[in-house]
Write a protein that binds this ligand. Structure first.
Ligand code: PAF
Length: 284
């Protein structure tokens, strides 16, 4: 595996013109990222090497303290990429990603799916402006043929699909199902911040999704999800049943998702599942 910090070093590592199978991350790699890398290997070939990026993107954090305390562990990340047979680990400096200064995309230029749903867009103002800016720039630097994203950030996945469409980029976007801990909590780099007590509170999130998925009426489903999270002591931000693609109100005949966000202390938990009918069989 080659480590590249610049566009030139990346070209040197994988060959200029290679259309990588790209897994963009912010590092602190866990089993969820490993599933993305394994999926990348299923698609990769000699001309399409697997590239993983690690860049903690300052422009997508709406709280400076969240950016500061975001877990970083480059040594472990490099070992994980090596173990998983990644061709190149791209770890650029902010100056490489943002040569003209770090800022997100102007709100007015964002696609509707990043501005209208009143979910993550409202809960984290500026977040999708930063995600849009960094993904567009990483795609410019890496020139992938395929890029892999986790379904845990379902709203981000829809924003990235809209970005590729809007920017006319020739990149296929592939989503990978959320990897869960035995009790159902979605894998996330931020889980390392949870105390043992908060970790058990977090178990209410997948339970809330399941309760909602068992309820065929959207409003009742949302109430059930909110109730389950609140009674576990979580501070609920939203629980919403939405069209899976537009993230607006669901309509019959189109697929839908239930999406939730809540806080356990200072740590924000987000999750989502197909609605209705989703089940998770807890193990152990
Ligand atoms: O999902 C993430 O880890 C980040 O939002 C991404 C896509 C790498 C952009 O910084």
């Amino acid at each position: 595996m080659r480590l590249a910090n610049t566009h030139e070093q990346l070209n040197d590592a994988i060959g200029a013109g290679a259309r990588a199978v790209f897994v963009p991350t912010m590092g602190a790699l866990h089993a969820g990222h490993e599933a993305l890398i394994r999926r990348a290997h299923e698609i990769a070939s000699d001309d399409h090497p697997v590239v993983v990026s690690v860049f903690v993107n300052p422009t997508q954090f709406d709280e400076a303290s969240d950016f500061e305390r975001y877990p970083r562990n480059m040594g472990d990340d490099a070992r994980t990429c090596e173990r998983l047979g990644v061709s190149a680990l791209f770890a650029p400096e902010a100056s490489e990603v943002y040569p003209d200064g770090a800022h997100g995309v102007a709100e007015a230029l964002l696609p509707g799916v990043a501005r209208s749903p009143a979910l993550e867009d409202a809960a984290r103002p500026g977040h999708f402006a930063g995600v849009y800016a960094v993904v567009r720039r990483l795609f410019e630097l890496v020139s992938p043929g395929v890029a892999i994203f986790g379904e845990k950030d379902w709203q981000q996945l829809q924003v990235v699909r809209a970005l590729v469409d809007r920017e006319g980029m020739d990149v296929e976007i592939v989503g990978v199902e959320t990897v869960r801990e035995p009790g159902g909590v979605a894998m996330s780099s931020r889980n390392t911040h949870l105390s043992p007590e908060q970790r058990s509170m977090a178990g209410a999130v997948p339970k809330a999704l399941m309760l909602a998925a068992a309820e065929p009426d959207p409003e009742r489903a949302e109430r059930a999800a909110r109730g389950a999270m609140a009674s576990a002591g979580l501070e609920v931000e939203y629980a919403a049943v939405r069209d899976a693609e537009t993230l607006l109100a669901p309509s019959s005949g189109r697929s839908a998702r239930v999406l939730v966000a809540a806080r356990a202390g200072r740590t924000r938990l987000i999750d989502n599942a197909p609605w209705p009918g989703w089940r998770f069989d807890a193990k152990g």
